[in-house]
Design a protein around this ligand. Structure first.
Ligand code: NAP
Length: 251
């Protein structure tokens, strides 16, 4: 299938995990993907792996300075974006008793401010028929211990789905979200847990997932690209859960 021939995607956090898988699939279906990440090294390695239809921009979603440069940086490659996948980020644990201001600001700057201003900056490049997909999380439906700040930040992103959709309707831009369940990525490495704790957490989570396995990044990519495609032309202001039912019927 070549659903995205001559189309451009901006995928924030595209050097790894779900963002990378989405970029790879977008390219496989004929498009050009511009990916971001925090370091020149991760961005250039991913661009090399993704091949000639990948472009990279080093940009930190937690930095207003970087976000305000993003539009000009994208314009060096294209003056139109057909898919914006606002995906950059990670989760981090902090118990209520000792979550500090730095923890709060790190997550809210990157996930909430980052998403809001990235979308704002890309809007002038998005025309009728284009699509925005925001990455939320299964945690918005649950109470995961020590995750209150991350959950609040992702819940704010979830609220953007509706409000951005309302504001983008007249522009002909569809806005939706995906809510990934537990996905097999490097995301756990940012949580602040040791490798031993990560292995223990994974083993305790698996039995709670109806399919008894973590999802694969490609399974998220399929959902994002469906929402970006013509097949989803009547889907707007909604959040698609890609979580094997864990948020609804998990144990
Ligand atoms: N894995 C899960 O189970 C899960 C579940 C629900 C939601 N999510 C969400 O899914 C999104 C993608 O995570 P993932 O699981 O695919 O993790 P991942 O494999 O660690 O990928 C995260 C990506 O985001 C980039 N990134 C992180 N912080 C960034 C920042 N401040 N500015 C720009 N880029 C940044 C990373 O690039 P660099 O390292 O190159 O900067 C990397 O490309 C995140 O928003 C995460 O919260 C994950």
């Amino acid at each position: 299938m070549q659903r995205f021939k001559n189309r451009f995607a901006l995928i924030t956090g595209g050097t790894n995990g779900m963002g990378y898988a989405t970029a790879r699939q977008f390219i496989n279906e004929g498009g050009t993907a511009i990916i971001t990440g925090r370091s020149n090294e991760t961005v250039s390695n991913a661009v090399k792996e993704l091949g000639p239809n990948a472009l990279g921009i080093t940009s930190n979603a937690g930095s207003m300075k970087d976000i305000l440069q993003l539009q000009d940086q994208v314009r060096q490659h294209t003056n139109r974006i057909d898919l914006l996948f606002a995906n950059a980020g990670y989760a981090k644990f902090a118990p209520l008793e000792n979550g500090d201001e730095a923890h709060f600001d790190e997550l809210f700057n990157m996930l909430v401010k980052g998403t809001f201003f990235t979308v704002q900056q890309m809007l002038p490049l998005m025309k009728k028929g284009s699509a925005i997909v925001l990455n939320t999380s299964v945690v918005t439906d649950m109470a995961v211990l020590n995750f209150s700040v991350y959950t609040a930040a992702k819940s704010a992103v979830q609220s953007f789905i509706k409000s951005f959709a309302a504001e983008c309707t007249d522009k002909g831009i569809r806005v939706n979200g995906i809510s990934p369940g537990y996905i097999s990525t490097n995301g756990f490495n940012n949580t602040g847990l040791s490798q031993e704790q990560i292995a223990g957490a994974i083993q305790s989570i698996i039995p709670t997932i109806p399919f008894k396995r973590f999802g694969e990044p490609t399974e998220i990519a399929h959902a994002v690209l469906f929402l970006a495609s013509e097949e989803a032309a009547y889907i707007h202001a909604t959040e698609l859960k890609v979580d094997a039912g864990v948020s609804t019927i998990g144990q």
